[in-house]
Design a protein around this ligand. Structure first.
Ligand code: WT7
Length: 674
């Protein structure tokens, strides 16, 4: 566990100053999907409540037991039940006569590159892709990696895998070839679905070459990917040797010509649906496993409850990438299981110009909008003139996810984007929880800027001390989930021990799930998430491991040792700050030629290449020593003080207390700053 206290006095006193309140709008409250009684009902019969939520789905075979928790922490939900996730997201809406309803308003980044896809069309596309994947050798249980831009084929590929019972692992398109290779290898992916490239900030950005490189790397480690299915999106050149006839297959060659008929098979409720990799406290990402029945129940129920979804009239838009869990639960599985019409946007918020998002909301009459605090903060900086020029009056609920939303951003979001009338739901959850756990219900709970409020009906959470005692109102501690929930992770792919150790060992006596976040309960008992308490950073809502970046740095020949911390950042929440000790040869060379800057530059590039652009350090400081305890553990708390330009705190547990003076001296003279 890290030395970072979850409840610094500073944070607590800032939060205590926040006393704004927003009541649910009367009309919304009067027509709300869930009312206040749901909390009580769910608490008095939790399993009964979840069984009721599972009825939102269409089951081929009913379950015989809601929850089997006889072998914790390995849960089984809806035991004996059978269903097909893709059927639930697509076919059943067509069968119910809603085939002509638009499922996806696709908006490509190039202006005017749009495409509406109805549920009937989606059914044909998913069936074709399922048939094509079958022909490529994909069977139930085989893993398929998806490395794609935000285009309809990405959604189709995920649903086609679900339809076949082949767990997908979607790897964010911004990740490097190395990151992709380690995931291909870890889950032993048989097939990769990708595209030649996607559009980003006005130009075509290649993906296929990274797949080639990753495939080579995985092969060198003994894992062979059998087939690569490639969507032609940009038409860009694939480069020298960029096509291997034995492996590569064009999507338009095999999917477009496949039959549009495909009979979905029903799978066990506990059949693996997907693996999503996320950073932990070690260098190796964890493959979070989600299964079918419970996950789909959780994502569909929370999407309906937290967004007060009216599927007949709402137009929904979540700006996340499908490469993250938010895209899985709140673009693909939850919304489509609920049969909504939604926007799917390929590009960045400011391309070709800064009002792009607001144009999309105006054009499609978006009513429910879900995005991240980091995006809201960047719009705040640009000023309200840009959104003010658009008609955003259709919006009725705004969501926030990924990191704590600071009160100023919350209020700006509500006022400027929501016209002062829309509730903001600050939704706390994780890759591991699969769906929203803590959030206001927009028609029931009032909103407090900066607070995620209370667990939704069906979920049970607490804030506790190190020893597992509830802290009570007005105090801070560790966030735990005290009862199992249907969309909970089932394990870490291939590593049951790490699963037990990471999430269930800290409070094993109580049987609680340890989330790794610090939180505080205010005097009303409402919850404020304070951020991670372990060696995990949150940069623009993306989870990054300090250790993972450290190991990327030390894999560079010039680096002897590295320590990474997340420092507060106005735009991105936290930013990556690295402290690096150079190898002697590199250090003396840097000194001789005054080339410290070049080394910093090459280290930044190196991290980009090893992990991806999101992990690039904001700052790299070349230092002579790192602060360590006598047992050799790096004291990140002290480095964070330096990175955040604070007075360096208590150094009494340092093995050598003069180290911090050396580091501070180097930093204050600006040496090694990027
Ligand atoms: C971590 C999970 C949830 C999907 C996207 C990120 C932080 C998430 C909030 C929020 C404060 C939040 C937590 C959490 N986080 N939502 N509303 N308020 N913090 O998923 O990559 O699994 O990261 O994101 O620290 O543990 P993830």
């Amino acid at each position: 566990m890290s030395d970072q206290s979850p409840t610094t006095e500073q944070t607590l006193s800032n939060l205590l100053k926040e006393d704004r309140r927003f009541e649910p709008p009367a009309e919304l409250a009067a027509n709300a999907n869930l009312t206040a009684e749901a909390y009580e009902r769910a608490a008095s019969d939790r399993e009964g409540f979840w069984a009721e939520q599972a009825q939102r789905l269409t089951w081929t075979e009913p379950w015989t037991q809601v929850l089997d928790w006889s072998d914790p922490p390995f849960a089984k939900w809806f035991v004996g039940g059978k269903l097909n996730a893709a059927y639930n997201c697509v076919d059943r809406h067509v069968e119910a006569g809603r085939g002509d309803k638009v499922a996806l308003h696709f908006v490509g980044e190039p202006v005017d590159d749009t495409r509406d896809i109805t549920y009937a069309e989606l059914q044909s596309l998913v069936s074709q892709a399922a048939n094509a994947l079958t022909d490529l050798g994909v069977d139930a249980g085989d893993r398929v990696a998806i490395y794609m831009p935000m285009i309809p084929e990405a959604v189709v590929a995920m649903l086609a895998c679900a339809r076949l019972g082949a767990p997908h692992t979607v790897v964010f398109g911004g990740f490097s070839a190395d990151a992709l290779a380690s995931r291909l290898e870890d889950c032993q992916a048989k097939v990769v679905v990708t595209a030649d490239g996607g559009y980003r900030r006005g130009s075509a950005s290649a993906l296929k070459p990274a797949v080639d490189e990753a495939r080579e790397k995985a092969a060198a480690q003994g894992h062979d990917v059998e087939k690569v299915l490639v969507v032609r999106r940009t038409g860009q050149d694939l480069g020298e040797g960029g096509w291997d006839d034995a492996v590569d297959v064009w999507w338009h060659d095999v999917v477009d010509s496949a039959s549009t008929e495909h009979t979905p098979e029903a799978f066990d409720a506990e059949h693996p649906l997907y693996v999503m990799y996320t950073s932990g406290t070690t260098g190796k990402p964890k493959g979070i496993l989600h299964t079918t029945g419970g996950y789909l129940t959780g994502s569909a129920y929370t999407h309906w409850a937290v967004f007060d979804l009216k599927p007949e009239t709402d137009v929904y838009w979540c700006t996340a990438d499908i490469g993250w869990v938010t895209g899985h639960s709140y673009i693909v599985y939850g919304p489509l299981a609920n049969g909504v019409t939604q926007v799917l946007y390929e590009g960045t918020p400011d391309s070709p110009e800064r009002g792009r998002w607001w144009d999309i909301i105006e054009k499609y009459g978006v009513t429910l909008f879900y995005t991240a605090p980091t995006a809201i903060r960047s719009f705040m900086k640009q000023g309200r003139e840009i959104p003010d020029q658009r008609d955003l009056s259709t919006l009725r609920i705004l969501g926030s996810v990924g990191e704590p939303i600071n009160p100023e951003a919350y209020v700006w979001y509500r006022e400027v984007i929501g016209g002062g009338k829309t509730p903001v739901v600050d939704t706390w959850w994780q890759t591991e929880t699969g769906s929203i756990m803590i959030s206001p219900l927009p028609g029931v709970t009032h909103g407090k800027p900066g607070s995620a409020m209370i667990p939704i009906p069906g979920v049970s959470a607490d804030v506790v001390t190190e020893e597992g005692v509830s802290v009570g109102n007005g105090a801070g501690g560790y966030l735990v989930l005290t009862e199992p929930w249907p969309s909970m992770l089932r394990t870490i792919w291939g590593d049951d021990e790490r699963f037990k150790e990471t999430y269930w060992s800290k409070y094993s006596e109580q049987g609680w799930y340890f989330a790794g976040d610090g939180a505080k309960l205010d005097d009303d008992g409402d919850l404020w998430v304070l951020g991670r308490v372990d060696d995990v950073m949150n940069v623009s809502g993306h989870r990054l491991s300090t250790t993972e970046i450290e190991s990327a740095l030390v894999s560079h020949p010039a680096v002897a040792e590295a320590a990474v911390v997340g420092a507060k950042d106005e735009d991105t929440g936290q930013a990556v700050c690295a402290f690096v000790i150079l190898r002697e040869s590199a250090a003396s060379q840097a000194d001789d030629d005054g080339e410290g800057d070049d080394i910093v530059k090459s280290l930044r590039l190196h991290v980009r290449k090893e992990i991806g652009p999101i992990a690039t350090p904001r700052q790299i400081m070349i230092v002579p020593e790192l602060p360590k305890t006598r047992s050799g553990k790096i004291m990140r708390r002290l480095l964070r003080d330096v990175a955040e330009h604070r007075e360096v705190g208590d150094v009494t547990t340092l093995a050598d207390s003069s180290v911090m003076e050396l580091i501070s001296a180097g930093v204050s003279s600006g040496k090694g700053e990027d």
